[in-house]
Design a protein around this ligand. Structure first.
Ligand code: IMP
Ligand code: MG
Length: 174
């Protein structure tokens, strides 16, 4: 099978440098807070793996699965699978996702976390596409603000492919 090679939008070393900066930002807030980091699978797995290795304070890691995309168009309906291993009640939680697009996924996750009585929720995304927003939400920590292009790589997929690319790229036919 042959896949189209995406054009590089954000290269590997640029991502790496920005993650170091995010690590410093996160450390100034979280160093004494013993947070639980919740990665949104599958998209955030690569980002969260690199990000937490820049964090030098006690933290625990868990994950939520969310799906809303089939192909390039959002379904509009977000499905959450929230089988957390950790007890999040009264804890500081940082949600890490690959991209904030329409904002539906993050909004639904935040609602869920509040229903579980967390102490405080903050959000961190590698990419932010503000032009696509349909729900009024901002992330607390953003790697890169990007225009309304469909992107793949570094965890982001197109039909589950391309997650393994070490950079963020665009597809010519999208
Ligand atoms: P939202 O609910 O529309 O904000 O979408 C968030 C989810 O949609 C992200 O966690 C991604 O999995 C997926 N998504 C949004 N934009 C893109 C993209 O450009 N490429 C790949 N996946 C995307
Ligand atoms: Mg996702």
């Amino acid at each position: 099978m042959k896949l189209e090679t995406p054009d590089i939008a954000i290269d590997q070393s640029t991502i790496k440098r920005r993650i170091v900066e995010l690590g410093i930002e996160l450390s100034s807030y979280y160093s004494e807070k013993n947070p639980i980091i919740i990665a949104v699978s599958n998209g955030a797995t690569i980002f969260v793996a690199d990000l937490i290795r820049e964090l030098n304070f006690p933290l625990q890691l868990d994950s939520i699965r969310a799906s809303s995309y089939f192909g390039k168009e959002s379904q509009g309906v977000v499905e959450l699978h929230t089988a957390l291993k950790l007890n999040i009640k009264d804890r500081e939680v940082l949600v890490v996702d690959d991209i904030l697009d329409t904002g539906r996924t993050m909004t639904k996750i935040i609602e869920f976390l509040h229903s579980e009585e967390v102490r405080c929720v903050r959000t961190c995304v590698l990419l932010d596409k503000p032009e696509r927003r349909v729900v009024d939400i901002k992330a607390d920590y953003v790697g890169f603000v990007i225009p309304d292009y469909f992107v793949v790589g570094y965890g982001l997929d197109y039909n589950e492919y391309y997650r393994n690319l070490p950079y963020v790229g665009t597809l010519a036919n999208s």
